[in-house]
Design a protein around this ligand. Sequence first.
Ligand code: ZN
Length: 305
Amino acid sequence: VSFGAYPGLRDQSDVLGSHNGSITYGTSVQGRPLQAVELGTEGPRVLVTAGLHGIEWIGIAVAMEVLRLGPIPGARLLVCPVLNPDGVARTEATGGDAPVGALRKNANGVDLNRNFPLPYGARPSRIPFAGAMNPSSATYRGPAPLSEPESRALLELLADDPPHAAINLHSFMGTWIAARVWHPSDWAGYRRLVRAGKRAGAPYRRLGTPVLDVFTGELEDWLHHALGCWAVCMECFRVRESLRQHLRAPTAFARFNPTDPRQLVARDAPAVRAMLEESLTLGRPPLRPGADRMVPWSPAVLTAR
Ligand SMILES: [Zn+2]
């Protein structure tokens, strides 16, 4: 099976490990190293993550390009390109041709982007993909918040020195999804970040409103509400391009990743950096009263499905 222009996990890992500023911040369920690189020594931390879902290799490619483009002046750039190496390894082993749920989750079958604590005030949700308590679901949230070594290691990496802003790369949708916020000043901050990404050339739309969005245990909401960090999910690869490609090659890999990533990577990596640079003109989002109290999962909060 060929992944064309995408480097495999081993090559990726070698590049990260040989970098100045290379960090190994934990290990995955199957014992793979969780690797990051920090560039720069002064200013607030700004974070780029990818590979939280094992099938979404285009996000990893964009994160690696952000890193290759070098430090961001006035900030310490922290890049974690492969948050779920076991899922990425399974994608590689299957040639990306398996049910999405099997390639998306970690080796315990947990959707890591539903495994973060829910902010105080989170309500039950019946919206599809909000997260499920059923282990066979593609969005199984795990037995408890931060139950997984991959999500716990990220907490330990960030807790003592929380980032000022984070862009979390996923595919596919062609959208920006900000952390769920309801104060106009927070909302205005996210509007500015997204505008900066658009100006830099990413052709995406912003999705989500304070009313319709829900808390699901996603990384963005936890970063914003628990750590006081601007946090945006950037879903690379537009739906229509994904569909066109998927019709020709009906594998999960072709649905989530452009066959030739080069053009998208060259366009989106500068947009990610522009959003982080714009964040440096904003103060940190204030922690709202009560909003930093993360709630444990319970039947009162979650809808078991
Ligand atoms: Zn994803």
